[in-house]
Design a protein around this ligand. Sequence first.
Ligand SMILES: [Zn+2]
Ligand SMILES: [Zn+2]
Length: 213
Amino acid sequence: MIQSILKFIFPPLCLHCEAETERLFCKGCQGFFELIQPQGRCVCCFQESSTRGPCANCLKEKRWHIQCSAALDDCAPTRTFMQKVQQGHSPHLIKSAASFMVAQYTCLGWPSPDLLIPLTRLLFFRKNDSSYLLAKEIGKYLEVPVSPSLFHIKKNKWVLWPRFVAEEKVVLLIHPKSVSPEEIDILYEALYTSFPKRIYLLSLLGRSLAPHA
Ligand SMILES: [Zn+2]
Ligand SMILES: [Zn+2]
């Protein structure tokens, strides 16, 4: 009885299109939640590429220090999902997002990371920064420590926590949204002084190759 009253007052609606559903998203929207196939994408900037390994642009720019990938394509329902995740208020949404990212990490066959670094802002990371919450959740799955040590302080400026060292470590950067090739360069510039062995970047949402839904 109470359940049906609650259902009447708060009908369970799809987070994106508000169609009635028992799940977070309706059947129509769920179809967009498929892991991106990394084939046909550059391993460095994750843009479309017909070659294996770095694309022509990454080779030209010598951008091969960070390998990037994303779990879900950027389309309207997945963007709504990411926006809700970015609000950082819902632990079950963070958990679902982290599961997609862990699944994609496994599919990519990347090596086990030694360290997760959320790409986060300096002041608010402990409260509800979505990068930090995602990294914490992914860290639990992969049993890897999380180190918030790289901070976005202003446009095109990332700083490393003073004296942070990742010597000989495989570092996995975590962010809800894909990062532009230029930002990848800026991140590497900030990170390389900590001497990591290899750097990977995984985001929840990647850039879509198809026109946006
Ligand atoms: Zn829907
Ligand atoms: Zn590339």
